[in-house]
Design a protein around this ligand. Structure first.
Ligand code: GLU
Length: 322
């Protein structure tokens, strides 16, 4: 029987998420450098910064460059954030330079018997019958208990495909809960999610948990499309013996049809707005209005005037020419 890294035997009552550690802590913003930040991204960045600074926390910037990177995008994003008045502490962290930290975390989980190789292709996962009581989309556990001979056949198949087996977490729970500043207690499914992908790259959920903990992030503020990932990440942090951060997921910006804001929606980036004669201050003012605030011209004004408790809980509908 394997105990988890918190010393809990399988089947034992799930421990409650720990309170954030004492001390100043830190917040962060973690953009993916795949294009210019749009108004929704900029609003989330301002709120992450304001929540951190109003509580005396440090603020870190991390570039999530494990996936598609658009040339020049990082520099433009950092410039845009600075133009709004957002500053950060310490060097900008790049996930692409953090492979050793991810390997160490995976090694720690492996030593506790909490990792297995998965030789399923995406198609095989889609076509596999789902496990009884498993939530839709959950990994069905096909490779969780392979015999040595089955595993060897799986590895051979992956070699032929030019990939390595992915590494998955041997999860001992089916769901987990976190506290979100706005959404309250949020429970979501936790399946045997991927820790390292078949191309050898650390998976998002692992990287985020390791990166946040390494710089003392205890306040995770980001868009609410990631709310359902938070329980997985909090559970993983627990298995790694890391503190549970507090979460605050900001409602997404959407277009008038309710779809996630995108380039085709018109002047949605800071640069689009500058090109049509607005200033960075005008853009902050627009973002401030979406929060019910008047006359905010920089991130510092939002910090002064914003009351998180009365922040809108529904998506921000950005009309094309507003
Ligand atoms: N890189 C993600 C994004 O740009 C954010 C991830 C996170 O904040 O955990 O949507």
């Amino acid at each position: 029987m394997t105990a988890d890294l918190a010393g809990r035997a399988p089947g034992a009552a799930a421990p409650q998420p720990a309170a954030p550690p004492p001390g100043p802590g830190a917040g962060r913003y973690a953009p993916s450098p795949s294009g210019d930040l749009h108004l929704g991204n900029l609003r989330t960045a301002i709120l992450a910064w304001a929540l951190a600074r109003r509580s005396g926390r440090a603020f870190h910037l991390r570039v999530e460059d494990l996936d598609r990177v658009r040339e020049g995008s990082e520099a433009r994003q950092l410039e845009d954030l600075q133009a709004l008045g957002i500053d950060w502490d310490g060097p900008v962290v790049h996930q692409s330079a953090r492979g050793d930290a991810y390997d160490a975390a995976i090694g720690q989980l492996q030593a506790a018997g909490l990792v297995y190789e998965c030789c399923c292709t995406r198609r095989e996962i889609q076509e596999a019958p789902s496990a009884p009581h498993a939530p839709p989309g959950a990994y069905p556990g096909t490779c969780r208990d392979l015999s040595p001979a089955q595993l060897e056949r799986g590895r051979e198949k992956m070699r032929r495909l030019g990939r390595q087996p992915a590494l998955r977490l041997r999860s001992e729970v089916t769901e987990w809960s976190v506290q979100d500043l706005w959404a309250g207690e949020t429970t979501a499914a936790v399946d045997d999610f991927v820790l390292r992908r078949g191309d050898g790259t650390a998976a998002y959920n692992l990287a985020v948990v390791v990166d946040d903990a390494d710089v003392g992030v205890d306040q995770v503020v980001r868009a609410d499309d990631l709310l359902s990932s938070a329980p997985r990440q909090a559970y993983l942090a627990l298995l790694l013996g890391l503190p549970q951060p507090g979460y605050a997921h900001v409602p997404l910006a959407v277009n008038s049809a309710g779809a996630r804001l995108a380039k085709r929606d018109g002047a949605v980036t800071l640069r689009d707005r500058l090109a049509r004669g607005e200033s960075a201050g005008d853009v902050v003012e627009r973002i401030g209005r979406s929060l019910g605030l008047r006359g905010c011209r920089s991130a510092a004004d939002v910090l002064d005037r914003w009351e998180p408790a009365s922040s809108p809980r529904s998506p921000w509908v950005v009309a094309p020419e507003s």
